[in-house]
Structure formats: structure tokens, C-alpha cells
Design a protein around this ligand. Structure first.
Ligand SMILES: NC(=O)c1ccc[n+]([C@@H]2O[C@H](COP(=O)([O-])OP(=O)(O)OC[C@H]3O[C@@H](n4cnc5c(N)ncnc54)[C@H](OP(=O)(O)O)[C@@H]3O)[C@@H](O)[C@H]2O)c1
Length: 255
């Protein structure tokens, strides 16, 4: 990649580990400033400390508007600009058939996976991007393009995030590009039930022969934020080693 990120600033939600941390690290390694969030300041700051200079940790539950606003204002005070927002924080409290869920799990899932991206994008727009431009990348999922027996509500939230990406791309053009990535099974804590006990099975249904690593997703996110992607908006790009091609939904161990 020819782009330089020196002097440019990214905010990555849910970056204390996993895909978010890999995105933050990859951006930072190429010279960018980065703000990493997590639910607690301790976790966010610990992750930022592993990157060093030009990295700031900030505690903000992704649905907390006051913390979101404070995070983005702090980003502007510290680094002077917000070039990239990565809506990465996500959760899945709702395993099992959709008809067996309750409102508590539904509300938490939709709040974190959908309202979070709406909230952070709206604030980034108002505070900086409306006047100065920028890019937003949402972390959706292969599941947003497929159905499977036990991850239904999570997949509904990611399908909605893919649609939200298209909607926001229309609303925020021409100054702000909004895209999404749709990872398959990636080696992180959130997805442990999908791979930890059966990595060989995951590899077997993956045409490219291996589980995803957080860096596989991070490289795509950073590409979508780069000038090389300057005519791409509203798009969702699969990064799944071909898992969707096999048509076999990846299910939690024991399902
Ligand atoms: N791994 C996969 O196979 C896979 C596949 C498709 C899509 N995804 C998506 O990728 C994204 C990242 O997931 P991951 O796999 O990297 O999971 P992970 O390793 O469990 O990391 C999740 C991150 O989100 C943070 N977080 C969780 N809830 C939060 C909240 N309410 N507010 C703020 N931060 C929160 C966590 O930090 P704290 O716990 O410190 O707060 C952590 O940094 C999610 O949107 C997920 O749906 C993952």
C-alpha cells in the first residue's frame, strides 16, 4: 500500500483485543494516530500502551452517548482531526433459535451492534467529518449475508449493519465514505465457540484452508480508509477465506 497515514487519526471502538486491536495496530504501524476504546479505561489504556506514542486509550461503552462524545472531543483535542471511524465493537448474547430469545438479549444485541455505529457515526459527523471529510468502516459479518440455525439474531443485526452502511454512504456523501467489512470466522475471543475446539473443521469448510486472523481483517479496513479506495462507498467486502462459497454455515461447537 502506497498511502501514508502520518498525521491522520483513527478512532476504533472495541479495540482492547481481537480485530479492533489489530486494526488500531495496523493503522498505527503505518504512521497514524489512533484512539482505542473499550468498556473500561483500564482495558483501553492497556491496549494503547502496547502501541506506544500516538495511541490513546479511552473507556466508553459503545452505547453511552456522553462517553462517545467525550471520546471524540478528546481525540480532537489530542490529535486535531478524525480521519477514520471504525465501528468495530460488537457482541452476541443471543445464541439459539430466534424464537427462543427474549427482549433483554435482543435489546442488548441491537443496541451494541447497531445503535453503537449510528451513535458514533452521527457524533463523528457533527464534530468533524461534516466539515472536513473522512471515512467510516463498519465491522459487519459474513453472517449478515447468510442464515444459520443458532446465530440468527446476531446475523440479523449484522445484516442491518450492512444496510445501514449503504444508507449512511448515501447520506454522508460526497465528503465521507462509508463501507463495511464482513469477516468470516476469525481467531478472537468473541468467536471462540466457533473455532477453539474444532479449528480443523473450520479449516475444512474454508476454501483458503485456514481460519482468519485479526490482521486479515485489519488490512482490509485500512485499505478501505486509504486513498486507494477513494471511489468506493456503500460497499461491504467479505474477508472470509471463501467460507461463504461453501454454503456451510459455521455454527458454535456442540450446536
Ligand atoms: N471473530 C469473528 O469471527 C468475527 C466474525 C465476524 C464479525 N466479527 C465482528 O468483529 C467485531 C470485533 O469482534 P472480535 O471478534 O474482535 O471480538 P473480541 O476479541 O471479543 O473483541 C471485542 C472488543 O469489543 C470490546 N467491546 C465489547 N463490548 C463493548 C461495548 N459494549 N462497548 C465498547 N467496547 C466493547 C471489547 O473490549 P472490552 O471487553 O475490554 O470492553 C473488545 O475490545 C465485532 O463487531 C464482531 O461482531 C467477528
Amino acid at each position: 500500500m502506497q498511502d501514508s497515514f502520518e498525521g491522520r487519526t483513527a478512532v476504533v471502538t472495541g479495540a482492547s483485543r481481537g480485530i479492533g486491536l489489530a486494526v488500531a495496530r495496523h493503522w498505527h504501524e503505518q504512521g497514524g494516530n489512533v484512539v482505542l476504546t473499550a468498556r473500561t479505561a483500564e482495558a483501553a489504556e492497556a491496549a494503547a500502551a502496547t502501541l506506544g506514542e500516538r495511541a490513546l486509550g479511552f473507556g466508553a461503552h459503545v452505547t453511552n452517548q456522553d462517553r462517545a462524545q467525550a471520546c471524540l472531543e478528546t481525540t480532537l483535542e489530542r490529535f486535531g482531526r478524525i480521519d477514520l471511524l471504525v465501528n468495530n465493537a460488537g457482541t452476541n448474547p443471543a445464541f439459539g433459535p430466534v424464537v427462543e430469545q427474549d427482549h433483554g438479549r435482543f435489546a442488548k444485541l441491537m443496541d451494541v451492534n447497531l445503535w453503537g455505529p449510528v451513535l458514533w457515526t452521527s457524533l463523528a459527523w457533527r464534530l468533524w467529518m461534516r466539515d472536513n471529510g473522512g471515512a467510516v468502516v463498519n465491522v459487519a459479518s459474513l453472517g449478515g449475508l447468510a442464515v444459520s440455525p443458532d446465530l440468527g439474531l446476531y446475523h440479523v443485526s449484522k445484516a442491518a449493519l450492512i444496510h445501514l452502511t449503504r444508507q449512511l454512504a448515501l447520506e454522508l456523501a460526497p465528503g465521507v465514505r462509508v463501507n463495511a467489512v464482513a469477516p468470516g470466522v476469525v481467531r478472537t475471543r468473541l468467536a471462540e465457540a466457533l473455532w477453539k475446539e474444532n479449528e480443523a473443521d473450520v479449516n475444512a469448510v474454508t476454501p483458503l484452508g485456514r481460519i482468519g486472523e485479526p490482521l486479515d481483517v485489519a488490512e482490509l479496513v485500512v485499505f478501505l480508509a486509504s486513498r486507494s479506495a477513494s471511489w468506493i462507498t456503500g460497499e461491504t467486502v467479505l474477508v472470509d477465506g471463501g467460507q461463504l462459497l461453501t454454503g456451510s454455515a459455521v455454527e458454535p461447537v456442540g450446536a
